[in-house]
Design a protein around this ligand. Structure first.
Ligand SMILES: Nc1ncnc2c1ncn2[C@@H]1O[C@H](COP(=O)(O)OP(=O)(O)OP(=O)(O)O)[C@@H](O)[C@H]1O
Length: 261
């Protein structure tokens, strides 16, 4: 059987900004392969190129040298990938349904099919009851759930999430982590999630990647073999294996900053 083509394939990617003496190399040279069903979490110091990496994979930016491929082709911005940012970035004058309708229309879903797809998306993110509410009538955590539903609207093969829970309170953040974990579990698509939180990384990931200080390069590529089903979130977070993985990632992050352990 031929080896499965990676969903994302990054070869010797370098991304620089500016020219001459003032040029900044944000990323690279970076190699990365991601397969369907993987949930890759990227951790790294500020300025290590995490957001740059997501922009390259989404197709909104291009490499200075090297290549990025999604399903074997250069990614098409706004089509192949669903994106979630730190702020929900919803249309504030629309209802939740209105926001999802806009995303479904953009994704080419026919008008008559949209109500069922909307309901399915809201169900998936645990918001079946709030479709008629305006954005300002729902909490920050609920707004971020809508943003996740919107990112899923076009059934993308890849989800990119750039610190999506960083602005939420600790309890809401844990609930959303748990729901995102279940939501993506066993899914065909892949995910790349950026965070500064080592706990969040280990909880969500099937694989954690630590980037070095600028220019960002992979310093740790760690599989996370924690069970995806059959144990509660509290059991998982309290397990010895979780602590071991957290320790390994924390050490790698500290090493990138040259902070003594
Ligand atoms: N459009 C741009 N023009 C010039 N420099 C840029 C641009 N975008 C990013 N950079 C620089 O590239 C480097 C990497 O930025 P990036 O935002 O990808 O880092 P990051 O790891 O996501 O940081 P943070 O954790 O603070 O969000 C930084 O030094 C940043 O200033």
């Amino acid at each position: 059987m031929p080896p499965e083509q990676p969903l994302v394939e990054i070869n010797e990617a370098v991304r620089s900004y500016g020219r001459g003496a003032g040029a900044i190399t944000a990323l690279g040279s970076l190699d990365l392969r991601l397969h369907r069903g993987e949930f890759v979490v990227i951790v790294g110091p500020s300025g290590s190129g995490k957001s740059t990496l997501l922009r390259l994979v989404s197709g909104f930016e291009h490499t200075t040298s090297g290549t990025v491929a999604l399903d074997g082709r250069p990614p098409v911005p706004g089509r192949d990938v669903g994106v979630v940012f730190q702020q929900p970035r919803l249309f504030p004058w629309r209802t939740v349904n209105g926001n999802l309708d806009a995303a479904l229309r953009w994704a080419g879903v026919r008008r008559q099919d949209r109500p069922a797809r909307r309901a399915e998306l809201l169900e998936r993110v645990g918001l079946a009851e709030v479709g008629d509410r305006h954005v300002w009538e729902i909490s920050g955590g609920q707004q971020q759930r809508v943003a996740i539903a919107r990112a899923l609207a076009g059934r993308p093969s890849l989800l990119l999430l750039d610190e999506p829970f960083a602005a939420l309170d600790a309890l809401t953040r844990e609930r959303l982590q748990e729901d995102l974990r279940s939501l993506t579990d066993g899914a065909e698509q892949g995910a790349v999630f950026v965070t500064h939180s080592v706990d969040e990384a280990v909880f969500l990931a099937t694989r954690v990647i630590v980037l070095s200080d600028r220019p960002g390069q992979v310093t740790l590529d760690l599989p996370v073999p924690l069970p995806r089903t059959g144990c509660s979130a509290d059991e998982l977070r309290g397990s010895a294996e979780f602590a071991r993985l957290r320790g390994e990632v924390s050490t790698a992050v500290r090493d990138t900053l040259n902070i003594p352990v």
